[in-house]
Design a protein around this ligand. Structure first.
Ligand SMILES: [Zn+2]
Length: 166
């Protein structure tokens, strides 16, 4: 039953934050073009605010009481709702890359499926770091940070979906 609530939480924040968010600056779009579809780079929106203008979902409190490790939402560096990224400080490219992987995951999976897989990953793995959607984002971010010249994040995410790795 948690999943529809979490999907609603994401939808509410996506529309609330979407109104005050800005597009990616042209230079970031240029630098990230070898990795992301141009339409993803054009449609993504960014909100920078400290603390994050997001409410703590009732769900995370419950999860922590169950002994699962999940960071307090308003204290994370950045969080992504669909195509809207909220960050506490101007994002360096590595963090922006990571959040853009989530934007691609959201587009390919849809909000309800993403949310369900995210919640299942947390319940099965017991911590934020063990969630497959996060492991995929950290893995691709790491390849980017190591200086890999260019690869399609979309193709990578599609192969994770095809192989049922989420
Ligand atoms: Zn992440």
């Amino acid at each position: 039953m948690a999943t529809p609530l979490a999907a609603l939480y994401i939808a509410v924040h996506r529309s609330r934050l979407g109104g005050v968010a800005r597009p990616l600056i042209a230079n970031d779009q240029e630098v990230l073009r070898p990795y992301f579809h141009p339409s993803d780079l054009r449609r993504v929106r960014v909100v920078e605010s400290d603390p994050l203008p997001v409410s703590e979902p009732a769900l995370t409190d419950t999860l922590r009481r169950l002994g699962l490790s999940f960071p307090q939402v308003s204290l994370v560096e950045a969080i992504t709702f669909g195509h809207v990224i909220a960050a506490r400080e101007p994002m360096a490219l590595g963090l922006l890359f990571h959040e853009l992987v989530h934007v691609v995951q959201f587009r390919l999976l849809g909000v309800p499926r993403f949310t369900w897989l995210y919640a299942r990953g947390l319940l099965e793995g017991g911590s934020y770091e063990s969630i497959p959607l996060e492991r995929c984002a950290f893995h691709l971010e790491e390849r980017y940070r190591r200086g890999e010249a260019g690869f399609s994040v979309e193709m990578e995410v599609l192969s994770w979906i095809r192989e049922h790795r989420f």
